[in-house]
Design a protein around this ligand. Sequence first.
Ligand code: C2O
Ligand code: CU
Length: 425
Amino acid sequence: AHSGHAHGAAAEPGGTGAATAAASCAEMVEPASNAPVRAFELTAQKTKVDIGGGKTSDAWTFDGTTPGPELRVKQGERIVVTLTNKDIDKGVTIHWHGVVLPCSQDGVAGVTQDAVWPGEAFTYEFVAKHAGTYWYHSHQQSSEQATHGLIGRLIVEPRENAFRYDKDYAVTLQHLNGKHWLTNGRRGGADLTAAPGESVRLRLINSTSEVQWMGVAGAEFRVISMDGQDLNEPDVISGQWIPVGGGQRYDVLFTMPESGQVEVYSREKPALTARVGEGAEPARLDKDAPAFDFTAYGKPVDDGITADMKFDRTYELVLGPIDINGKRFHEIPPIIVKEGEWIKVKFKHKLGAEHPMHLHGHLFKVLTKNGKPLTGSPIYADSILLFMGDEYEVAFQADNPGLWMEHCHNLGHAANGMSMMVNYE
Ligand code: C2O
Ligand code: CU
């Protein structure tokens, strides 16, 4: 398959290297296997949707709803999704946000495939390697299309569960057309059921481009997963705001109190709320309650990946208001990697609003924040949220050849040029 010697050392960024990498992306498909197949069909179409409270909105949807159908699969299954574009004029794709899959299935228009035009179809095929909470969205002019409603959830249930719970819910936070704040497509929030004593896993997915400070009122809880990846021995906490950046996922686990209701809600946006149970409304958190700190949460695991290990390459990305190292998309030199290498990326946020920086096709490990190693559970993620002044070092292994994006998941920022490539040489 992919081997260095075919192209030798001649591959240069911006030279023949780009073409080489693009070609190798198309070659990267899911190999045949005996994995059980789960087939889905999704039709991208313009629809008027009911957003609750007697209101409707124009939307671009998968299968007539936004979010589109929740795809729930089991770890290890082979996912086959046929996307048909009915009438989205500018073409459409599906990007499987956070999923580690072969490059040709990543759904980035103009990079890993052409957009699917009205009347056309495209079939995605990949094995769900990692369990977790993911989502999907069009990656053709994402800032426009995801906002118009071309989003949905992908939940990969684990083969073996590290956690036990009675109820498993997923909740999408959405800003439809930049106008309606919706939770699972409703203006009034989501109503979920659970009885006192039952344990609930709530998977929060922030599809908006803004950080949502989420509170859990009415119960103690644990953060059991970030970006779909389980945390190790998460502590029980309460009264903390969880900053969920654009594109990020946080799964919380709690037990329903005798009083009967838990509310998981955004500090700033009242419509972004999930009420679980039907009892008395719980008391809300103080506005100035502390922020959840994942850098010292749960228990460490020695996986050998540390800031002072030997890296094959190190990159420094300095983030401005809508730029990386003072440059925008086409001017930003790609991160160049070679299969098997370990790469360290240092993000420094110098100026501007927060940036949830998202990497396609790989999970990275968060090594340090502001120069200090993490002391809790290892954090493996596909994104890191930086506020002005933050510095993070992350590490990933270049183990998925192809052509990948690294961009801010404030999709307006990304459209304005806060995007770059990771290319395999
Ligand atoms: Cu959800 Cu390129 O991103
Ligand atoms: Cu940004």
